[in-house]
Write a protein that binds this ligand. Sequence first.
Ligand code: COA
Length: 469
Amino acid sequence: MRMVEEGHVMDLKYVLEPKSIAVIGASKEPGKLGHVIFRNFIESGFQGNVYPINPNTEVILDTKCYPSVLEVPGSIDSAIIVVPAAFAGKVMQECAEKGIKGVVMITSGFAEVGNVKGEQEIAKIAKDNDIALVGPNCLGVINPATRVDSVFLPMYKLKRPKLGEIAFITQSGAVGSAVVDLAAEMGVGMSKFISYGNAAVINETHLLEYLKEDKKTKVIAAYVETTKEGRRFIDVAKEVTKEKPIILIKAGKTAGGTKAAASHTASMAGSAEVYSAAFKQARIIEVESLTDLFDYSKIFMQPPPKGSRIAVLTNGGGAGVLTADEIEKAGLKLAEFSKETKEDLRRKLPSYVNISNPLDLAGDADTERYKFALDLLMVDENIDAIIVILLFQTISLDSSVNKIVLSAAEQNRKPIIVLSIGGQFTNMNKQILESSGVPTYSSPAIAVNALSKLAWYYRCITQGVCGPL
Ligand code: COA
């Protein structure tokens, strides 16, 4: 997507979908960032050409090394710059001369430490030459679809997420790597990962514009310390949220946090209240913790609920009660099952099961009992979404129940989420569900709050009713 900024045209496709890449500062030394990035490209399965650039080395990982991008025969779409800040201006100028249109600059040592002049210099070269510059002082980008991966953390330490529909943009590299790690571990897919550091040229507003048009992205998760163009960010976000949700965490809200943000990415943070009010106006879902950012984003892979009537299916009474409490607190409603559903449930379920919502299938519930009940809840028009509580500690519940939940979820008829609290065996089962697209949660409050955001967003977008549920 082309973006015009003060008369300059920049296109992030060169950064995220390049056909050829140069790693400037690639090194033979396994401990250096330039080595890890180059190795990751070799090992990630990237289909295009990758050129290591280093004036002091001839071959890196069996690949011919060039002293400068200017020596590389043929064109290069994108460069990753990982040389010290003192050389960044020079190599940036060479990128411009070579006609490179996308740059990710990992290098630190710019505005965040007072080197404003150095940052302005590289930004000017980028803008004057229509280069989409991401960074400096960033972790890199990942596009699982094209296998572009400039993140400087080794793959054996940081697993990469599979291809999915969540785009994650982050000003902080460390926050980014933690969320990527979590997503990869749980099997949650990402469409794009972009760490944008100091945002000398490409900022969060440009990224929203790009991701709005990105067909592979269904939901945008963002960690933001500040917005470079506050008013325009909100205006763009307003347009984006008409089509896809934005889940955002704003860091640097306290006096201490604001000071930390300034020395982290040279951010000037604004008042928390002003930000929150503006986010609300743009229908951005603001969260307060990184786990919420992750937990709320993944629920948006579910189909839109028609309303806020929730059914709870459980094999443990207490977990059902806690969930019922949270449903009420969040402004959602416990669904009243239809007459037919109640009659069918009564006919087949043991007499010690109360036919009510939460539907407690009892401590001896097995996969068959869950299947019977879930099938009925799926077709009940009085139910808009289902929370399936699976307490795997019981003797009769085993992993075969996952198939039942997955096949219900695959119908894509209404949102289904799983609440499962426990240790190793539970986590193994949650991973199976999560990696197949069923969001799983460990806490009734988080599960219900995530569901309430989903219900709120679709009500707001489709009916224009954006107040609390
Ligand atoms: N073109 C290409 N390569 C060049 C070069 C040039 N003009 N000038 C130097 N190099 C080479 C060096 O020779 C070296 O390769 P070598 O190992 O073969 O000697 C390589 O580039 C790296 O340079 P070096 O001086 O060894 O730097 P470094 O690897 O120790 O550090 C950075 C470079 C970018 C990693 C460092 O300056 C930095 O910014 N670190 C922080 C990064 C960070 O935290 N970013 C934010 C994350 S959220």
